[in-house]
Design a protein around this ligand. Structure first.
Ligand code: ATP
Ligand code: MN
Length: 171
């Protein structure tokens, strides 16, 4: 297939329907000790499980970057009021800190971005060459358990240049 598109239909089917977590790897990616792990979160139960899993995957002296992407209403065409953006940013930072506090034994840094979650996650990976693993949920708040892969998960799995661990807790 095209080199930018990672996942074939078999892999995608396995990721969609697997009862357990699945690690998707590219042929050219190194799977060694994971030192810089990116965890995109929408604060859903699945994403929280992904964070716990990331805590187990990351190397003892590694770092987890916890990323939340704020989706602004697209219908809005003017400039975003600075107060509104600042308020959102503050809320996001507080939620990220609360989430990061779950991990007692790993170094965690937090980041928030405005935009589309899939695109912002991919751009974070592109801009930080040290990121060697992504751990994320297969669905978010709106997902139907175990059957459907959310659009953010699908996008990241397809296009990320590093391995992606799609976290799923066995029922
Ligand atoms: P959809 O959003 O397509 O309706 P969904 O909400 O069920 O579907 P996704 O949004 O793909 O599923 O969520 C899968 C994973 O993607 C989440 O567990 C989380 O790791 C990540 N994710 C989703 N939204 C965001 C976001 N706004 N910021 C950061 N990560 C996100
Ligand atoms: Mn979602």
């Amino acid at each position: 297939g095209l080199s930018r598109i990672l996942v074939g239909s078999v892999a995608e089917m396995v990721i969609r329907h697997s009862p357990c977590s699945v690690l998707a790897v590219r042929p050219d990616s190194k799977v060694a000790a994971f030192k810089n792990v990116l965890v995109p979160t929408d604060f859903s139960e699945t994403a929280t499980y992904a964070l716990d899993l990331a805590g187990q995957m990351v190397d003892a002296d590694g770092t987890i970057t916890l990323l939340h992407v704020l989706e602004l209403p697209v219908a809005f065409s003017g400039e975003v009021a600075p107060d509104f953006a600042r308020d959102l940013d503050k809320k996001s930072a507080a939620a990220l800190d609360a989430s990061a506090a779950r991990l007692k034994n790993a170094r965690v840094t937090t980041r928030s971005r405005i935009g589309y979650p899939g695109a912002q996650t991919l751009s974070t990976i592109e801009h930080d060459p040290n990121i060697d693993l992504v751990v994320m949920g297969s669905h978010g708040r709106t997902g139907i358990k175990r059957v459907i892969m959310g659009s953010v998960a699908e996008k990241v799995v397809r296009h990320a240049r590093c391995p992606v661990l799609v976290a799923r807790k066995r029922a």
